[in-house]
Design a protein around this ligand. Structure first.
Ligand SMILES: [Zn+2]
Length: 460
């Protein structure tokens, strides 16, 4: 079997290096991970079950060459895939990379290929290529018409218009899956690492006309760890309340809102990201939290801040729009209110622009007084919603002013008294049926009222 799959980079929702620690077969991995495309990655040492070419998976370097530079295909999310030169030691800013035998760079077939004698000859092969707009997956099984030497593979990938191409593992380790084409090339041997791609399926799920935002109320109901030292404030309750408040504002402005934890329950971090990643073209992911500092006691650190996976791009625009409104609302912000932290799980694993807001410190007495205060929450939720709406390029729809209640008001005590004195026969109305409440009372009338009350009380 031979197959070449050309995937627009823009159609890639997520790409990952799958580390096959369970030595699973391709079909087992496909069943478990549900990718759209899978392909074998680096050469490995079967005895040690370790890669022998530079590989980094989800921020973790699995193999680094101590001596040589390696050209690798690298990405943070997937659609950003590009070639990078990985230096000896393997340090590279990208979250994922796979290097193996370089075939094509800058559109030019490499004059000399570097590979061991054991992978020479004409056999089944896997290659990954990039054009300016596409990810190219090539697979051919042993004995097929596509079985070729590394040099033939290099020339083939160059003819496909690849700007960059790398030969991956081959022979018995040709493991290639392309869901849309019904391709399942399962090797005799499992692959130690594979590249998995998940695609956007816009044509299947119509993208909402509306702008979409996911609100992620941090932590789970019943989480007793994230609280103020005096136990009067719990972060999970605050986060859920803020999500509801922000949601009301966003929906009024025409935004489609999804909450990751819509009720008091518990939702794993992976599930929160899966909810966000399941919304095609999601515009923004906002995670809601309060911060902590020091040990279990009170601390001086205070103020609002916003965390991002890294600088630049849409997430930074969103963060700045929110920050501007929060400042305008007079909220105390930290001296460095935007913080970059690639370690935060929900920021790392969501494909949409993502921000995580720390609404002050629940370990600071002044901040906790605010965090517990309904009026403060209302003001901050409105400010953040304004920032989100501005970021989305929508118009702010003001809240309806409080209307007079439609139901009649409760009767006053005077009205109740008026009804009672008449029904009990203590004081009758005038002949015109009116009580003329503002008229003076004579001594005779007062006497009469006293007498009737005394009769009711059984005194006379
Ligand atoms: Zn938190």
């Amino acid at each position: 079997m031979v197959h070449i799959e050309r995937t627009p980079l823009s159609a890639i929702r997520r790409a990952a290096v799958y580390v096959n620690s369970g030595k699973k077969s391709l079909s087992e991995i496909v069943a478990e991970q549900q990718p759209d495309i899978a392909m074998t990655a680096a050469f490995y040492d079967p005895g040690r079950w370790k890669p022998v070419c530079p590989v980094k998976a989800d921020g973790k370097v699995l193999f680094a060459d101590p001596e040589y530079n390696y050209w690798a295909i690298a990405w943070d999310t997937g659609p950003d895939a590009a070639e990078v030169l990985v230096p000896p030691g393997g340090s590279c800013a990208r979250t994922n990379y796979v290097a193996n035998c370089l075939l094509v760079r800058e559109g030019k077939p490499q004059p000399k290929l570097y590979y061991g004698a054991d992978v020479s000859g004409r056999r089944g092969r896997v290659a990954v290529g990039l054009t300016d707009t596409e990810w190219i997956t090539y697979g051919a099984t042993d004995g097929s018409s596509g079985a070729c030497t590394p040099e033939e593979l290099r020339d083939y990938m160059a003819r496909q218009g690849c700007r960059f191409a790398v030969m991956m593992d081959g022979g018995g380790k040709v493991n290639v899956y392309v869901k849309a084409a019904g391709v399942m090339m399962e090797g005799r041997d499992p692959s130690n690492t594979l590249i998995l791609l998940w695609l956007n399926h816009e044509e299947e799920k119509p993208v909402s006309e509306k702008k979409t935002v996911v609100l992620d109320a941090g932590h789970d109901a019943g989480n007793l760890a994230n609280k103020s030292p005096d136990g009067t404030y719990y972060e999970h309750e605050f986060a859920l309340d803020m999500a509801k408040r922000i949601r009301a504002h966003l929906e009024r402005c025409g935004v489609a809102v999804t909450e990751t934890r819509p009720d008091g329950g518990a939702v794993s971090l992976a599930q929160r990201c899966a909810i966000a990643n399941g919304i095609p073209g999601l515009d923004l992911f906002v995670s809601l939290h309060s911060n902590a500092a020091g040990g279990s006691g009170w601390s001086s650190a205070k103020g609002w801040s916003c965390y991002l996976y890294g600088s630049g791009g849409e997430r930074e625009k969103a963060a700045n729009a929110i920050l501007a409104e929060v400042r305008a609302a007079g909220v105390t912000v930290r001296s460095a209110p935007i913080v970059y932290d690639p370690a935060l799980y929900v920021l790392k694993h969501t494909t949409a622009p993502a921000v995580l807001i720390e609404h002050g410190f629940h370990t600071n007495q002044e901040d906790v007084a605010n965090l517990k205060d309904g009026a403060w929450r209302a003001a901050v939720a409105a400010a953040e919603a304004r920032g989100i709406v501005a970021y989305l390029g929508l118009a702010w729809v003001p809240e309806e002013p409080q209307k007079a209640p439609a139901e009649p008001a409760e009767p006053t005590e005077a009205e109740l008294a008026e009804a009672w004195v008449q029904s009990a026969g203590v004081m009758a109305g005038y002949d015109d049926g009116e009580m003329h409440l503002d008229d003076p009372v004579t001594r005779r009338q007062l006497m009469l009222v006293a007498y009737r009350l005394a009769k009711l009380a059984g005194l006379v």
